[in-house]
Design a binder for this molecule. Sequence first.
Ligand code: ADP
Length: 226
Amino acid sequence: MIEIKQVSKKYRLKDHEVVAVDDVSLKINDGDIYGIIGYSGAGKSTLVRLINQLEVQDKGKIFIDNQDLGSLSQSELRKLRTKIGMIFQHFNLLWSRTVSQNIELALEIAGNKDKQLRHKKVQELVKLVGLTGRENAYPSELSGGQKQRVAIARALANDPKILLCDEATSALDPQTTEAILLLLKKINCELGITILLITHEMNVIKKICNKVAVMKSGKIIEKGDT
Ligand code: ADP
């Protein structure tokens, strides 16, 4: 479970301050597909960066499985981050690495030194995301949907409990969006991974989320069942 309690985050610019996240409280239960919807600049990405502590809040507390993130050491935080996968609008793949190598990199970075085990895991993930046969392709040889499938496989490499999706379908056409959302739903159901999905598109929320929060000017202005 992710619990966000009265969290605020300000950015100090040269001549003014921006309150990106303003006194936000939210509870995301295990197994939820929780959508956060809002216009650009509403504070959605900042909230996601606070959950994996790439940014630190000015006020409030964030708990994951009852663990106060503010009380963790740097090494405990690094360990926690391996249990939180993330995917992005523009995929963030390495262009000089193949599909398999992009996925394997996540395992190498997490310190998995067993090459055979890594290869087995990569094979499983390639199959899960529907890319069998494209293992040796480079990102430039893939469609947008296929690139996002690689990014999803990479995000799942270290068996995360939580998957954060930041506008993950915003660069895709409607048909591909539909296929990627179905894949996320499958991952949620089959692997039991909690998904937090941020988007500016209501159809994305309608399609797969069970819970939704509406964000505006840093605040949650409405939340509940979809
Ligand atoms: P969204 O994801 O909903 O588009 P963001 O979280 O990216 O919103 O941004 C919320 C507000 O915080 C915006 O006004 C944005 O300009 C500002 N902001 C975000 N990141 C930074 C940063 N690193 N430095 C300064 N301002 C930022």
